[in-house]
Design a protein around this ligand. Structure first.
Ligand code: G3H
Length: 496
């Protein structure tokens, strides 16, 4: 159970502690932040409302701990990461339980998130040992006008303090996808979890604590974004921010100083369906892509652009599958569970009502109970409807019928977002041309969009983000290149 067994020390009465200087602490604010269970809509957990002074303290510790961590051999850093991964996986049950309660993720998917996170940490440790263990050696005489008098040695060095801000929908996985690359590269790490997802994050951080990382190297600050959000992101000690979430990321990037940013800010992933597509395959992928975790994934299929000639058949196939989706509590592994908050449910309802007023065809009756919204496929959506452009982050999927491939590509490219997209066709040549024409960070051919496997590059164009994720790219983003040049008095050619 969450907060029990090895996790007892992270709880103070009924409020979870924050993690600073290698210890679990209660905030001097005397205040807490409530975490509302999306299913019951009642307070499930409470976390500390940390103060700005506590943020300052954590930053000070992070700066000094990083100096010695950077001098810790790479193999030792990797060893500790492997240990944390093992502890995390051993304790998947209580962590998954808090995911179920805090963010209403179905129980099985919650376990998958924790296991996937352990695997990511281990992969990152191995990849770090490989890519950080080698540098480059350049010779000056390849550039015009130079003799071989300069030997240039390059290696990758840490940035310093990395601030990680994961979102509510993958609080554990998208936290470790920032923590592990930062640590293997020799950085220290300050984590600011989302409010919903904070308790899962605190459990995950305790696994790193038990693995034996040095004091102050990892910290986890909880509290209200309105009180400590800007203070954290604009803190002078921060040398890199890795953020996943909504358009708050745009304001963070405007306010952040001259530091590397890794931002993933959502998408409106299009699914383009051509006339020759395998419609059964498309229908299964639309269900998986559009409705897993109730559509609350940045990589969810968020608009289907289908050729008119096959639209009726596809819509019928998807409708039949939607009817089979189970709706209810995450504890019972229902496919569709409550969305994260009442405000999110209200936003989704606003998009649905707009589509209704403007004449979309409802393939199911619209139904809502509290934060629970039944899966809904909207056919004959037109570009004047908000749902054609905005991301509901819920189980509502619009279908736009198109008369040419160009129309589909134009719709996809007119979006402010550019995260992923997918195209279904049996013609690989056409698929490649469409992929090249789509202004998105990734295009999946004959499958729904997805970030994983976690070592693949993951990036968005336009308002979908800055920088690229995936294990290797994250390690590289959290390092800088350092060079040392050996200058010789006379040119030297080995074996010359
Ligand atoms: O919500 C954003 C995540 O990066 C999506 O990850 O494709 O594994 O669901 P996923």
């Amino acid at each position: 159970m969450a907060g029990t067994g090895i996790f007892t020390e992270i709880l103070d009465g009924e409020v979870y502690k924050y993690y600073s200087d290698g210890e679990w602490k209660t905030s001097s604010s005397g205040k807490s932040v409530a975490i509302v269970n999306p299913t019951t809509r009642k307070t499930q957990y409470k976390v500390q409302a940390c103060t700005q002074e506590e943020v300052n303290k954590v930053m000070e510790m992070a700066k000094s701990a990083q100096k010695s961590w950077a001098k810790t051999p790479l193999w030792k850093r990797a060893e500790l990461l492997h240990k944390a991964a093992a502890i995390l996986k051993e304790n998947k049950a209580p962590i998954a339980e808090s995911l179920v309660k805090e963010i209403a993720k179905p129980a099985k998917d919650s376990v998958t998130e924790v296991v996937r996170s352990g695997d990511l940490i281990s992969y990152c440790a191995e990849e770090g040992v490989r890519i950080l263990g080698e540098g480059k050696f350049l010779l000056s005489d390849s550039f015009p006008g130079n003799e071989r008098t300069k030997y240039c040695l390059t290696s990758k060095i840490p940035l310093g303090v990395v601030l990680a801000i994961p979102p509510f929908n993958y609080p554990v996985n998208l936290a470790v996808s920032k923590i592990a690359p930062a640590l293997i590269a020799g950085n220290s790490l300050v984590l600011k979890p989302p409010t919903q997802g904070a308790v899962s994050c605190l459990h995950m951080v305790h696994c790193f604590h038990l693995a034996g990382f040095p004091k102050g190297l990892i910290s986890c600050i909880t509290g209200k974004g309105s009180e400590i959000g800007d203070f954290l992101t604009m803190h002078p000690a921060v040398n890199c921010i890795s953020f996943t979430g909504g358009d708050t990321g745009i304001s963070i990037s405007k306010k952040a100083g001259m530091i590397p940013l890794q931002m993933e800010l959502g998408g409106k992933d299009a699914c383009i369906v051509l006339e020759d597509a395998d419609l059964d395959l498309v229908a299964s992928n639309i269900i998986k892509g559009g409705f897993s975790y109730s559509g609350q994934r940045c990589t969810a299929v968020k608009v289907v652009l289908v050729m008119e000639s096959v639209a009726d058949e596809l819509v019928e196939k998807v409708k039949a599958k939607v009817a089979k989706l189970t709706v209810g509590p995450p504890e019972e592994n229902c496919d569709i569970t409550a969305v994260v908050s009442e405000s999110s449910a209200n936003f989704i309802e606003g998009l649905v009502m707009d589509a209704k007023e403007k004449g979309a065809t409802f393939c199911q009756e619209y139904k809502r109970d509290g934060n629970l919204i039944w899966p809904l496929l909207l056919d004959n959506v037109r570009p004047d409807m908000r749902i054609a452009w905005e991301e509901p982050f819920g189980p509502v999927l619009p279908v736009l019928r198109i008369n040419s491939v160009e129309e589909g590509i134009n719709h996809c490219n007119a979006s402010n977002f550019g995260l992923q997209g997918c195209v279904f066709t049996k013609d690989i040549n056409k698929a490649m041309l469409i992929s090249d024409a789509m202004e998105t960070g990734t295009v999946q051919i004959n499958s729904a969009p997805a970030r994983g496997p976690d070592h693949f590059p993951f990036q968005g164009l336009k308002d979908s983000g800055i920088g690229s994720q995936g294990v290797t790219n994250s390690i590289n983003l959290m390092t800088k290149v350092k060079t040392t040049v050996i200058n010789l008095p006379t040119p030297s050619y080995s074996m010359g």
